[in-house]
Write a protein that binds this ligand. Structure first.
Ligand SMILES: Nc1ncnc2c1ncn2[C@@H]1O[C@H](COP(=O)(O)OP(=O)(O)OP(=O)(O)O)[C@@H](O)[C@H]1O
Length: 602
């Protein structure tokens, strides 16, 4: 590691994932998109723009779930269909679609929560398949209840014109409504992405367990995202039904529709605020023009050309059109191998606070994995202000113990109790409970939120203390500079070296200001100089009143840091005590250290 001088100045500039300059550019683009068809005044052109606005709105709504939260739903036509049917059915009863769309949105939210809750357990393609299955159920239901839905013959809207009924002879009012809906969808998507919820969603998408360790209720945030997305989709569904004037199950609950909605976001730029709009802007005219120009020449030729363009985009633009734009206007990637800014000199307390009473107690922890008895009656305690070293050979069960101390694994028997700030003893169960009571942990295999910047990664931890984005950003920057990550604030975590990722892992948990810190091999794979710095950092963390349990194989660190050491072997505690005594224990030498270590110590 080189001794690069650390720039200790913490910049106070406040940036968001969607800063003002970009917002102004988007505003100008939207105004131009509205002005163009009005200025041209052609019915067909207006129709194309209405279609762009509708699909861009639908795709923006989908992107909240599919892009931010990473749940690739192919069932979004359910909410579109519910919005459409609610609007038309209520209109048939004399109720304005402006009210109908809220009814459709309310039903969609209930359906979305009911479907998503069990499906969140499914990962990747299995989630997508489940959403397709639900879509098919809704199509069949719409066919079956023909007294309400008109069955396969569909429903015609009663031809009542005017703003009250959302039906017009001229295209301009429809253009304005479609535009308004797109703006609302974009505003909601932007708000979510630039606030705590958006950070939590992306973190959940990137690494669910790391997000849980940072105190994120991953189920709750995804349910909120699904609800917002379903409501927006239903709003647009109601309007589109009025625009089409006729609805039927095959068109409203169609898989093609679901795929199209998702595709615009994929092509434009998954997980970005404006990606879906860019995708729709590119693809809707292409599809309409291909249909108009080529449809007459040879049957299906337009579909072929459209398909070829899609394949080319997917092959050559993995991050969508927004990826290309970001390459020209975005920030540069961090340089690998140069991430050596030292950890800031940790301010040490003049005097070490005295070791207090127990703050965490593990009692009789037993855990089996199939036939393997991984931990066997493991009991120990951690005292306030203490550093407890947890050592043992590979496979001894150390990480399993950590998983039980942080709610990631439920012990088969035994318990973990933690003393809360008010002095009461609690028995947290879930990772969220542990985070809430002040237990923070790192992971042996680093778990960065790869697509987020270093700053955003640490902010996910800081949100545990601060709701406000600017406060969380400030806290994250402070932590980043303290951890020597200052120069890489705006670099994506995926570009960091292993040393950088280890620091990021600790920085994220430190930003939570935990009272108890569980460190899982944070010194593995780093060089001697960094080990010494990491030791200093841990001592300063301890001096600031944090109690630490550290799993570590680097004996230099174990010996100089630990007040006490617990040795695990084959899931059982074989020794416990002061480090200098433990390393002389014949059982520990036999099972873990080897005779060479004792000789070296002597
Ligand atoms: N989810 C799991 N399913 C089945 N076996 C598991 C699981 N997790 C851990 N094990 C097994 O339990 C044993 C203890 O693993 P654990 O990771 O807790 O050990 P460790 O002491 O942390 O080892 P290391 O120092 O190599 O990280 C190992 O044999 C491991 O293969």
């Amino acid at each position: 590691m080189t001794d690069t001088t650390l720039d200790n100045t913490i910049p106070t500039a406040r940036t968001s994932p969607f800063p003002l300059k970009k917002a102004a550019a988007l505003g100008a683009l939207l105004l131009a998109l509205l002005a163009a068809p009005i200025a041209i005044g052609d019915q067909f052109i207006s129709h194309i723009f209405i279609t762009i606005f509708i699909f861009a709105g639908l795709s923006t709504a989908w992107n909240i779930v599919g892009g931010y939260a990473g749940q690739l739903s192919l069932g979004h036509a359910i909410f579109y269909g519910i919005g459409a049917y609610a609007g038309v059915m209520l209109m048939n009863m004399g109720i304005s679609p402006w009210l109908g769309m809220f009814a459709g949105a309310a039903v969609s939210v209930v359906v979305a929560v009911a479907i998503s809750y069990p499906c969140f357990r499914l990962r990747g393609p299995f989630f997508s398949l489940a959403t397709i299955a639900f879509l098919e159920v809704f199509r069949v239901l719409a066919l079956h209840f023909r007294e309400f839905t008109g069955g396969a013959t569909g429903l015609m809207i009663p031809l009542k014109f005017g703003w009250e009924w959302m039906v017009f002879r001229d295209r301009t009012p429809a253009l304005l409504i479609a535009f308004g809906m797109l703006v609302v969808a974009l505003a909601v998507a932007w708000w979510i992405r630039s606030h705590r919820l958006g950070f939590y969603l992306v973190a959940t998408r990137e690494r669910q367990s790391a997000a849980q360790a940072a105190g994120v209720n991953t189920v709750k945030v995804r349910l909120i995202a699904v609800s917002a997305s379903a409501a927006l989709t239903a709003f647009i569904g109601t309007f589109h039904a009025m625009y089409l004037t006729f609805i039927e199950p095959a068109a409203m609950f169609s898989l093609t529709m679901s795929i199209q909605i998702a595709m615009f976001a994929l092509i434009g730029g998954l997980g970005t605020v404006v990606g879906p709009l860019v995708g729709a802007l590119f693809l809707v005219p292409l599809s309409e023009l291909a249909r108009g120009w080529l449809g007459a020449q040879a049957l299906g030729l337009h579909g072929f050309v459209y398909g070829v363009v899609l394949v080319l985009v997917v092959l050559f633009m993995p991050n969508g059109l927004m990826g290309i734009l970001a390459r020209y206007f975005g920030s540069a990637a961090p340089e690998r191998g140069s991430q050596s800014a030292p950890v800031a000199a940790a301010p040490r307390a003049a005097e070490r606070p005295p070791i207090g009473n127990d703050i965490l107690v593990a009692e009789h922890l037993d855990k089996h994995f199939a036939g393997l008895h991984v931990t066997n009656d493991v009991s120990f305690s951690l005292k306030e202000g203490e550093i407890l070293g947890l050592i043992g050979p590979n496979g001894a069960g150390k990480t399993t113990v950590f998983n039980m101390l942080s709610g990631f694994l439920k012990p088969d028997s035994g318990s973990v109790r933690v003393r809360a700030e008010d002095g009461s003893w609690q028995a947290p169960l879930t990772p969220g409970d542990f985070a809430a009571i002040g237990v923070g942990r790192t992971f042996q295999i680093v778990q960065p939120f790869a697509a987020m910047t270093v700053e955003e990664n640490i902010m996910v931890g800081a949100f545990h203390r601060y709701r406000d984005v600017n406060d969380a950003r400030e806290a994250a920057r402070e932590t980043a500079f303290r951890m020597g990550l200052g120069p890489w604030l705006h670099a994506e975590a995926r570009g960091l070296t292993i040393g950088g990722l280890k620091r990021l892992e600790v920085a994220r948990v430190m930003a939570m200001k935990p009272r108890i810190l569980l460190l899982d091999e944070v010194m593995a794979g780093i060089n001697q100089t960094d080990v010494r710095r990491a030791i200093d950092l841990m001592l300063s963390i301890r001096d600031s009143g944090v109690s630490i349990i550290a799993i570590e194989h680097v004996m230099q660190a174990v010996m100089s840091l630990s007040d006490r050491v617990v040795v695990l072997n084959s899931g059982q505690i074989i020794a416990e005590g002061k480090p200098q005594n433990v390393v002389r224990d014949p059982q520990v030498i036999e099972a873990y250290l080897g005779k060479e270590f004792t000789h070296a110590q002597a």
